[in-house]
Unconditional design. Structure first.
Length: 627
């Protein structure tokens, strides 16, 4: 093996080692160095634009002055020279397109080209560099943990990854979700890298909901708590003005964020490192905690508040228990800012096994289907492919961004343990409640639904609250809403089981039906020929978006969407002309982040309205409604 030193851009640089790349390495996932003796390890994983592998940052001890950077990347393309740099913000893995843009990742903080030069990536490349801790810190006030690492070639192609702690670290995320005066999120993220080292950040992404353009303002912010004696019902009805108690358990001003960290920025993302919050443990708090934002001009005037909830990791599991095949698939994602870990156990004598994720869950056994449609995997839809990738992929063993999200076997072959940069468990493109379909010799053998469990090592399912709207006239069908019984859960799964025209006026399938949650439960006018479903009232808008006259912009930005405007935020519905076509035409599934089955803004007890914009004028635009 040949060693050489390369140009040193900083005077404090102690040593740079370059290990020439191996010519070939067969295993796609043998992609990282094992530094078992180091106390701190941060890692970025890539599988994008024909670059696959990892870059590891390690430090042997807290007092060691040397940071090692170990590069282990495979290049399946022709671009050899890649610039590399640290960016402000972590990667949001719920974003499937253009996730590496400056808008998403922020400004450049450190350019490694100035120190080490560009990376030259050929086949399977292994490089190792070392740099002084005075130049690059892993944690603490100037640390790179939960920043992002971006690589860019000469053609402008970019790949990116969050700089994460290694898999055995403990991560906790809390979220304050704003939807009233302000729109967006404030995340508090803690990590325990070792028994003696913890770190914490606050990541803010807020916009003013009353403004038609992005305006930059700064506002004071604090963490308040409710009284320990308040009931859960009291907390669910809390008004921001009722908050009076500053969160300060150690009498050191912990909750006075404005005094400690400066004002929060509205209209611009920011990431603030705050080691004082490393001991902040919301999971064991008896009080409800709120993030409170104040008027920039009147210091005592509260503009908005949002409860701070623990945002737990998501674990999904699918099981197959057939005569000749036993399978367990586990997917685990710690947060939306980290990649998904994939574990599989397969016991089979079959050779040509293929695993894919399809769009929808299995049809319930209680659902009556025509006999000619009897099929165990009926209604699961096509392979889950929201990015519209060519399926099957033209070339095998590419990077994960080139495959359909649901093409698991294409992405990892049959590895027992892997990771995926394009398999979100959070957000609107989550694979939660979708189907795991097992193929043998390109034919479907069986399928199962991916359901959430409490953690990767548990066999305990997450409890769900389920609500439904049943239509009986002039449509027949059912729409199901499911949300975890967890105060920090935000995603609600919506399953359109089937919708069929049933009043005899049409036998044709129809498309582009708007639908919405409306304020009042429907009255008897659901049966009326004139002014049908007027009793349902206006579209549900608890955050007063309509009052600001901005709903026409909903398709451009979610901050202008009311909670009840489902067709603008999700998609329109289709209705089958007969029951035989119902599953293929009308069955669909959505994952929504903005409606809730819990709390003061719960949709339970309201109405679900389906519209028909091309019907008789006397009837109005409301086709059907149900509670």
């Amino acid at each position: 093996m040949y060693f050489s030193t390369i140009g040193m851009g900083f005077p404090k640089l102690l040593l740079v080692l370059v290990i020439l790349p191996y010519l070939y390495c067969e295993s796609l996932d043998d992609d990282e160095f094992n530094n078992v003796n180091t106390s701190i390890q941060l890692i970025s994983r890539f599988s994008q634009d024909l670059i696959h592998g990892s870059i590891l940052f390690s430090q042997h001890s807290l007092i060691d002055d040397i940071i090692l950077i170990s590069v282990s990347l495979k290049n399946f393309g022709n671009s050899l020279q890649w610039s590399w740099q640290i960016k402000e913000f972590p990667v949001d893995y719920t974003i499937l397109n253009d996730r590496c843009s400056d808008k998403n990742l922020g400004n450049k903080l450190l350019n490694f080209d100035d120190t080490f030069g560009e990376l030259t990536l050929e086949n399977h490349t292994r490089l190792q560099f070392s740099i002084s801790k005075s130049i690059l810190e892993l944690t603490g006030p100037l640390g790179i943990w939960y920043r992002s690492l971006l690589l860019k070639d000469n053609a402008g192609n970019t790949i990116c990854s969050t700089i994460m702690a290694k898999d055995d670290s403990e991560l906790r995320v809390a979220e304050a979700k704003f939807q009233t005066r302000f729109f967006g999120n404030i995340y508090i993220v803690w990590v325990g890298i070792s028994s003696s080292l913890m770190d914490a950040i606050i990541f803010t992404n807020l916009e003013d909901r009353k403004s038609l353009k992005t305006e930059l303002t700064t506002n004071n912010w604090k963490i308040f708590s409710t009284d320990v004696l308040e009931s859960i019902l009291d907390k669910s009805k809390l008004n921001c003005d009722a908050l009076q108690i500053l969160y300060d358990p150690e009498s050191n001003g912990l909750g006075d964020l404005g005094a400690r960290l400066g004002p929060v920025q509205i209209g611009k993302k920011s990431l603030i490192r705050d080691t004082n919050l490393a001991t902040f443990d919301i999971e064991y708090e008896n009080r409800a905690l709120y993030m409170v934002l104040f008027d920039s001009e009147r210091a005592d005037n509260i503009l908005d508040c949002a409860q701070i909830n623990l945002k737990k990791s998501i674990t999904l599991k699918g099981f197959v228990n057939e005569t000749n095949i036993k399978l367990e698939l586990t997917l685990w994602q710690k947060s939306k800012f980290e990649i998904t870990n994939v574990y599989s156990k397969v016991d089979s004598i079959q050779n040509d096994i293929t695993l894919r994720l399809h769009e929808m869950p299995l049809i319930p056994k209680t659902f009556k289907t025509p006999l000619i449609l009897n099929n165990n995997c009926l209604g699961v839809g096509n392979i889950f492919n929201p990015t519209g990738k060519l399926f099957p992929a033209e070339v095998e063993r590419q990077t994960q961004d080139k495959y359909a999200i649901g093409d698991l076997s294409g992405k990892y072959n049959y590895d027992d343990s892997s990771w995926d940069t394009y398999l979100p468990l959070f957000g609107s493109n989550s694979v939660i409640h979708r189907s795991l379909v097992l193929y043998i010799n390109k034919e479907i053998l069986t399928c199962t639904t991916l359901l959430p469990f409490t953690d990767p090592h548990s066999q305990t399912k997450v409890a769900y609250l389920t609500a439904e709207a049943i239509f009986r006239y002039p449509l027949v069908g059912r729409i199901i809403f499911r949300q975890p019984i967890d105060i920090g859960a935000t995603e609600t799964v919506i399953i359109i089981e089937s919708l069929v025209h049933a009043d005899g006026t049409t036998l044709k399938d129809s498309d582009d039906h708007r639908w919405s949650i409306n304020v009042q439960p429907p009255g008897k006018d659901f049966y009326n020929w004139m002014d049908r479903c007027k009793s349902a009232g206006p579209i549900y808008d608890p955050h007063k978006v309509v009052k600001n006259n901005m709903t026409y912009l909903c398709s451009k930005s979610l901050k202008y969407c009311s909670v009840g405007d489902l067709s603008s935020r999700l998609n329109s519905l289709s209705i089958a002309g007969n029951k035989l076509n119902a599953i293929g035409v009308s069955r669909h599934m959505f994952v929504d982040e903005y409606m809730s089955l819990f709390g003061i803004n719960s949709i339970i007890g309201k109405s679900l309205v389906i519209y028909g914009d091309h019907g008789p004028q006397a009837r109005g635009d409301r086709l059907a409604c149900s509670k």
